[in-house]
Design a protein around this ligand. Structure first.
Ligand SMILES: [Zn+2]
Length: 125
């Protein structure tokens, strides 16, 4: 991309407040939603936890299905365990992408902001 091409960054001054942590950052560090690098990473980490939760629940459902409906014999039990593990892994990937997408879509303000110490908040007397 050439430097003369107009970009969304031109609409902002050089220093912009990240809407997640409310810290002032260089505009180059922020993305289109005005999330800074650190906030994107934190959102991804958090989405990862939701992803694993989803993956494990999905895997549990698959395990119950295999146990009750397919009724595996001892001979192939390793294959079914592998199936359940693969389901957990894939489910966690899928869940993470969905959770991250939801966070991006909701775009909640100031969720990673650190509240000011007591007594220093404005308008507090
Ligand atoms: Zn931030």
């Amino acid at each position: 991309m050439s430097r003369n091409e107009p970009s969304w960054r031109d609409r902002y001054p050089d220093e912009v407040t990240c809407i997640r942590c409310l810290e002032v950052k260089d505009v180059m560090e922020l993305d289109r939603l005005l999330w800074c690098e650190r906030c994107r990473r934190r959102a991804r980490d958090r989405a990862g936890w939701w992803g694993w939760l989803f993956g494990l629940i999905l895997a549990a459902c698959v395990a119950v299905y295999i146990w009750l409906v397919i009724r595996p014999t001892d001979l192939v039990i390793g294959g079914w365990i592998a199936t359940v593990l693969a389901t957990a892994w894939l489910g966690s990937k899928l869940g993470r992408e969905v959770a991250y997408g939801v966070m991006r879509f909701k775009n909640s303000k100031a969720v990673d902001a650190v509240p000011p110490p007591p007594g220093e908040a404005p308008g507090e007397d």
